[in-house]
Write a protein that binds this ligand. Structure first.
Ligand SMILES: Cc1cc2nc3c(=O)[nH]c(=O)nc-3n(C[C@H](O)[C@H](O)[C@H](O)COP(=O)(O)OP(=O)(O)OC[C@H]3O[C@@H](n4cnc5c(N)ncnc54)[C@H](O)[C@@H]3O)c2cc1C
Length: 687
């Protein structure tokens, strides 16, 4: 008996699920092994997301658990990172962060599209998208919160702002979500006695001269009239050019104020497809007539991520669930045909029609060439979606929620589900590893206290190379996160260390938003990728032969932690010193104070009254916990520390643990030693 053909499906949405089901029905488990990768463990029924946002459906009704729906399919809740078409290999992010691989005989790419609010400035920060269950829940919670805010606000203008809802884009999802928000807010008003109907506004902004371009003019006009009757303002031929915390800005400079902005325009290409080396048009994967990826025999693409020509009428398939499902079914048939050695068939589908709910128990529909509108269309719309739900359990849940909605008011519970922000602190003792070379990159670290060594192991002889030494104010762990790869070096605490840890997502959000951090990251990457010693092997050779103790010089002047600004001023005024060490009573170093630090403080304090200037402790403006080098360290370690941090000297301590200052190490002295040795080596020998 031959081994089963392995078909891997990437994406468990409309297309992927239908494909898995049809393939399982068509081929036995002995003939075909089906593996389905999806980032989440459930399929999202997107058409009903506006109802979740409008509180007429509960979130779990629109998310169906994949493994309970797909008997006989191996479901893997993992993200696919890349597909190696030449080696027929899936590369995925395993549960522990490592990259795993899985060979395939056929792969079906069905990873849909992602929401992308980046095209309009400010939209990504100030607008809600509607692509995931999380988006819908966040929007619902926000809308209910605006009602709560308006109820307790005594200012009419402020109340109007809370109660102004702006929806950008009047395609199906824009129209549906505007209708849902309008219903939720207006029907709930009776529970908020401080809110009057005139204070509520829901505005639909669209860049074309009519809403719902996908349907005929008669239904479109009906939809517009019904929505206006329900109190929704429709602005046509208006393009939003920016979103702010106050609302949106239109092309002609006018501003629309509102505490809620929902954007239903702008979809992006999933990262997997963006990085894929395959023929594409505007980010969509190009396919042959039978949905095989152009130029490939074993890779197929379906749904929103693919550009598939419909042989029925020669048009490009629209990005709808209806088409994705049909493509899923037919791609399964084509794969089964290839396995059986039969010819494939081109994708061909005659769409059944379109539906759109517009709020107020109204909908518009075109089914098999017939137009229906109003309540009958809405009833038909609900019945068809109930029938189309991917499982019986979801059908019952949705049916129950809709029954509730008919009998009772919408639920105004606003559960605060914000997870604890993944910014935490960690402590390491000397010798502890923060991470090892080869570990998956999960966090970014910023050093609060102590010193750490970044070391890289030589793969051939196992020797260790010190790449950098980082201390307070420094950061590490950024390169692997940015490049999406495993750690290329280990990080080990040299002293007692405190670090702030940022999860990968928090880091990516902050680093994108914070320009100074971006610059520091770019600088750090440049510095760390320049392997100093590779460029200066002779200097390394000289300095690795000696210990820091050989070069220790007396420590500069020192002050004590209880000294004041005036004490520091007197010391710098009477002595020729660039740097002063601040010591604790037991001789440990508490901080470093430079002439520049002092001048900066003079500038600030000169604007303050005299009594405020007196007695300011130097602890407030010294650099605390400076990087130090131990007397026993190799001189090359001291040199690297100064190189990495652009310093001219370093405090030398008796040992990393004790922190007691015994002197200082100066870059100039080290360079003198290097020059002397190099000069001697290169001196011509006289016969
Ligand atoms: C608000 C809204 C309302 C809509 N209303 C309608 C409607 O009324 N009628 C209609 O026909 N269509 C509607 N659509 C469109 C419809 O939802 C899409 O066309 C359909 O979901 C596309 O199916 P798909 O299988 O291509 O992708 P999706 O259903 O988006 O599924 C893609 C899946 O792939 C997963 N994925 C992505 N990248 C990876 C990766 N690297 N590794 C693992 N998994 C990955 C995603 O997590 C996702 O689960 C609506 C869409 C939205 C957003």
């Amino acid at each position: 008996m031959g081994t089963a053909t392995r078909v891997v499906i990437v994406g468990g949405g409309f297309g992927g699920v239908k494909c898995a089901r049809a393939l399982r029905r068509r081929l036995t488990a002995e003939a075909c092994e089906i593996v389905l990768f999806n980032r989440e463990n459930h399929m999202v029924f997107h058409p009903l997301l506006p109802e979740v946002a409008g509180a007429s459906l509960n979130p779990d009704a629109v998310a169906a658990p994949l493994r309970q729906m797909l008997t006989g399919v191996r479901c893997r809740t993992e993200s696919v990172r890349a597909i190696d078409f030449a080696r027929q290999l899936i590369e995925y992010e395993a549960h522990d962060g490592h990259t795993g691989t899985l060979p395939y005989d056929h792969v079906v790419i069905a990873c849909g599209r992602s929401a992308s609010l980046g095209a309009v400035p400010g939209m990504a920060y100030h607008a809600f998208a509607l692509k995931s269950v999380g988006d819908a829940m966040a929007l619902r919670s926000h809308v209910i919160q605006q009602l709560e805010n308006a109820e307790v606000s005594n200012e009419a203008a402020q109340r109007r702002w809370y109660l102004s809802f702006l929806v950008i884009g009047a395609g199906f999802s824009g129209v549906e979500v505007a209708g849902e928000i309008n219903d939720l807010v207006r029907h709930s008003r009776r529970f908020y006695p401080n809110i009057s109907p005139g204070e509520i506004s829901v505005t639909l902004v669209h860049s074309r001269d009519h809403i719902l371009p996908e349907i005929g003019p008669e239904l479109r006009t009906f939809a517009e009239e019904k929505m206006r009757d329900a109190g929704i303002t429709i602005l046509l031929n208006e393009r939003v050019t920016a979103a702010t915390s106050d609302g949106v800005v239109l092309q002609d400079g006018r501003r629309l104020r509102g505490a809620t902005v929902v954007s239903t325009v702008g979809t992006g290409v999933p990262l997997l497809v963006e990085h894929m080396e395959a023929p594409k048009e505007r980010g969509s994967l190009l396919t042959e007539a039978d949905m095989r990826l152009k130029g490939s025999a074993t890779a197929w693409a379906i749904g929103d991520c693919a550009r598939i020509v419909n042989a029925h009428d020669g048009s490009v398939s629209p990005p709808t669930g209806q088409f994705a499902e049909r493509q899923g079914r037919q791609v399964a048939e084509n794969i089964a045909r290839v396995i059986a050695g039969q010819p494939t068939t081109p994708f061909s589908y005659k769409p059944l029609g379109v539906f759109c709910a517009i709020g107020g128990r109204n909908a518009v529909a075109e089914i098999l060439g017939r137009r229906v509108s109003g309540f009958p269309a809405w009833f038909l719309w609900r019945s068809i979606y109930l029938f189309k739900m991917p499982s019986w359990s979801r059908r019952v849940k949705v049916g129950a929620d809709w029954m509730w909605d008919l009998l009772f008011a919408r639920d105004l519970v606003n559960l605060k589900t914000d997870p604890t922000e993944r910014v935490s602190h960690a402590h390491f003792r000397p010798g502890d590893f923060v991470f090892h070379q080869g570990d998956p990159a999960l966090n970014f670290y910023s050093v609060e206290k102590g010193t750490l060594d970044i070391v890289r192991a030589n793969e051939t002889d196992g020797t260790e190379e010190l790449v950098a030494v980082v201390g307070p104010g420094d950061f590490f762990g950024e390169m692997a996160l940015i490049e999406g790869r495993a750690r290329s070096a280990s990080v080990r605490a040299r002293t007692e260390v405190e670090v702030t840890t940022l999860g990968a997502q928090v880091f990516s959000r902050i680093s994108k938003a914070l320009a100074p951090l971006q610059q520091r990251l770019a600088e750090a990457i440049r510095q760390r990728s320049t392997r100093v010693w590779t460029r200066m092997p002779e200097v390394h050779a000289v300095l690795s032969r000696e210990r820091v103790s050989t070069f220790v010089e007396p420590a500069p002047y020192s002050l004590e932690g209880h000294n004041t600004f005036e004490d520091a001023l007197a010391l710098f005024a009477t002595h020729h010193a660039d740097t002063v060490y601040v010591l604790e009573d037991d001789g440990r170093i508490a901080g470093v104070l430079t002439r520049t630090d002092l001048l900066r403080v003079v500038e600030v304090l000169s604007t303050r009254p005299l009594d405020e200037r007196n007695g300011v402790s130097i602890r407030h403006f010294m650099t605390p916990d400076p990087v130090v080098v131990a007397v026993d360290d190799l001189a090359s370690v001291g040199a690297l520390m100064m190189w990495n941090r652009g310093l001219k000297s370093l405090p030398v301590v008796a040992s990393a643990q004790s922190g007691r200052v015994v002197g200082c190490l100066r870059a100039e002295t080290l360079m003198q030693q290097v020059l002397r040795t190099v000069l001697l080596t290169h001196q011509p020998t006289t016969a």
